[in-house]
Design a protein. Sequence first.
Lengths: 195, 104
Amino acid sequence: MLRIVLNKKPAFWALLCLPGLLMMRPFWSGDAIAMDMLHPTGEWSARFMIFAMILSPSLSLLGPKPWLAWLIQRRRALGVAAFGYAVLHLIFYIIDMGNMEDMLAEFLALGIWTGWAAMLLFVPLALTSNDASMRYLKAGWKKLQQLVYPSAVLVLVHWIFIHNNLGPALVHFIPLVLLVAARYFLPLKTRFKGV
Amino acid sequence: MRLPTILIAAAAATVALSAVPASATGVITCKAGPQSSWKGEKALTDKLTKEGWTVRKAKVDGGCYEVYGTTPEGDRVEAYFHPVTLEKLYVGRRGEVLFRKKGY
């Protein structure tokens, strides 16, 4: 019974919303201001993006596993979650900055425009994360979704330069880079393409 | 390199990098002695408010007081102040230094 409920798509969506609900608590209670919300929203956006991106290299390396198949069926939801947290991140940024003038004043900083650019690339990815778009775009859908690679690079640069600190960004991105690299450079026992 | 090697390398890198303290952002460092000799954070924010600043948030970073807020001129900035003298050491926005005291 529990298994059936957990396998339903809404259960997975609820799971994806959970970090958001937890991080919003201090904001609603007034313990955190918009500025404090920038880090958790951005971090969870990057996490979900990376999570969605490591699934197919993992499949290439490990071969078919039931839990991987389960996750891959839900990969689009992970991507949409990354977008959702990125939107929250942007909303808090706008609240924090408060006006257009201040946002434009820092727009050209490396840590800022990379964030805007990543957000821009996320939009078509999220808008096409549905069955209808997949049917309509056919082979083009995969090509389009590969925009996630340049946006991941932008997210990484955004994170490093906004933080003035390499550590936290690299903790998240090193596993991704290693897995993607392994997929291309290692002789694999089982090579599954096209997922 | 085989898969286990990669996974071990990834795990090791993750642990090593997690150990890096994330506190100081490294913009400015003050060597201002023990905190007992510091002026209170409220003394600083009161002083700034009087001067026409809007303070959004103040905290300790790199042994200085770090303030996020708006200057009397209306710039949205991050600024550093000496915790004993409350002297202004650095004012900047992302990607641009607006003021930096000599020697800091």
